[in-house]
Design a protein around this ligand. Structure first.
Ligand SMILES: [Cu+2]
Length: 488
């Protein structure tokens, strides 16, 4: 059976040399600046042994260093082994066969609603993004593929197209973009209407064929509107958003299902750089959390219903510069390692659980390179739960071994920046609060207990010099929240 599949793929391959006409030659010019980034990344590659799982976010939320690292990763993957070109060529060769003499051949696009067994568009591209993202994380574990929301970000002069970001690839890689000439981009209504479809195959087909997916391909033009569209790096930012559309739909409808159980390239028969790419069943990846992938929105990343399994990475790293919260079924089992990092706020909410024998760290850093090692919440070596049952938090932040109740709200910290005092208020009346203030080198400056409180005013802060500090709140020894605060 597998041999027959290989033979038919070879036959298709030979039939499709006509697609070669779409191929656009790459221009191999690189600047001195890019050359030094290659060198820097090569050094980082040796120095960093861990890899991240992905919190993907809008490119507009990326820091400058993240944009540089992303651009650098695209250049590296283009010029070393050329995964970019390999994915583009494959995508072109297996694009769509419904109009050829082999209508039943395997392909990845534009399958008909009456052929649901072939509707692997979403799953195939999810795996493609993951393959590229893993390669990027070999270069820098903090890199994830950001998304471009083309339903709201529609200007050819948007920061997306800055020369220092996606703009440079147009000339460097001869992409022949023609922004806006062949639109239209989707409207927010297109997105809402697509999300409202209740049948998975209807959703997938409308998403793919209409503006939500097709819009950006046509609007960008050049390579993006050809079958080798993955040659344009913005393909990945677009498909990150398309994948988020699927994730949002699945969150509501929870009925993504395929009849077929293999996907070309990901059927276990394809190799790249001497390595066979493992087989992937599309039914196994209908939840993006299978790949440890989460999507942040509007300065919040919610890591819910996730069990750390370290299948791909020795340590699972979740980085987001805004608020990250883990609760509602976030589990770190024994023997697993996870790390959550933010430059502002980390919340561990009821439902978070790190088991005996797991290694878990949450850290607040200032977001620059080299400032990623300041653990503020740590569960490591010391048993988190030495009675051998999962800890669940009750409404006041205390734990309850038998019942899981929901923490009713967030602790507000204001004003921030502050001058001489900070207010902290919770919607609940709680028992014991421990408030600690650290400087960014990890030195504890203040520490104070409060009993039977729901709000606290810390009013002895006038002696602190101007700068950035970490405020850590622990309620009843369990619920923890760390925030970055700025003294004016
Ligand atoms: Cu595609």
């Amino acid at each position: 059976m597998i041999r027959m599949l290989c033979l038919s793929i070879t036959a298709i391959h030979l039939n499709l040399t006509k697609h070669m006409k779409y191929f656009i030659p790459f221009n191999h010019k690189i600047t001195q600046l890019q050359r030094s980034f290659f060198l820097l990344s090569a050094i980082l590659l040796i120095a960093i042994s861990t890899k991240a799982q992905g919190i993907r976010k809008s490119y507009s939320e990326m820091t400058e260093i993240e944009r540089i690292n992303l651009v650098n990763a695209f250049y590296q993957l283009r010029f070393n082994g050329d995964l970019i070109n390999d994915l583009a060529v494959f995508h072109g060769q297996f694009f769509d066969f419904t109009n050829t003499s082999t209508p039943n051949a395997l392909d990845i696009h534009l399958n008909l609603p009456n052929q649901p067994q072939n509707e692997i568009f979403l799953a195939w591209h999810r795996r493609q993004l993951f393959e590229l993202e893993q390669a990027m994380q070999d270069l820098d574990p903090y890199t994830t593929i950001p998304y471009w929301n083309s339903a709201v970000d529609q200007s050819p002069s948007s920061p997306l197209w800055d020369f220092n970001f996606m703009g440079q690839f147009n000339t460097d890689w001869s992409l022949n973009r023609n922004l806006g000439a062949n639109g239209p981009l989707p409207t927010p209504t297109n997105v809402t209407n697509t999300q409202a479809l209740t049948n998975f195959f209807d959703f997938s087909n409308v998403l793919e064929r209409q503006a939500v997916h097709n819009g950006a391909h046509r609007w960008v033009g050049g390579a993006m509107s050809a079958t080798v569209s993955p040659r344009d790096p913005v393909f990945y930012l677009h498909h990150s958003w398309v994948d988020k559309q699927w994730k949002d739909w699945e969150d509501v409808h929870q009925s993504s299902a395929y009849l077929r159980t293999d996907m070309i390239r990901y059927d276990g028969t394809y190799s790249f750089n001497g390595q066979v790419i493992p087989a992937v069943n599309p039914n196994d990846i209908t939840d993006s959390r299978v790949y440890g992938v989460f999507y942040a929105d509007n300065q919040l990343a919610d890591l819910d219903d996730y069990t750390v399994n370290n299948t791909y990475n020795p340590e699972e790293l979740f980085f987001y510069q805004y608020t990250i919260q883990a609760g509602d079924g976030f589990e770190v089992p024994a023997g697993r390692t996870a790390r959550i990092e933010s430059t502002t706020t980390v919340r561990l909410l009821p439902g978070f659980h790190a088991a005996n024998g797991s290694s878990f760290t949450a850290a607040i850093g200032n977001g620059t390179m080299g400032m990623r090692d300041y653990p503020i919440i740590m569960r490591n070596q010391v048993p988190w739960d030495n009675r051998g049952v999962p800890i669940r938090w009750n409404a006041c932040g205390g734990y309850d071994e038998h019942a899981k109740t929901v923490f009713a709200g967030d602790i507000k910290v204001y004003p921030n920046p502050f001058t001489d005092h900070i207010n902290m208020i919770s919607p609940n009346s709680c028992d014991t609060w421990l408030i600690e203030i650290y400087d960014l080198s990890g030195r504890k400056l203040k520490s104070k207990y409060y009993a039977e409180v729901y709000s606290v005013i810390i009013d002895d802060l006038s002696s602190l010099s101007s700068g950035t500090y970490v405020l850590k709140l622990t309620i009843n020894g369990n619920m923890e929240q760390s925030s970055l605060i700025i003294k004016q």
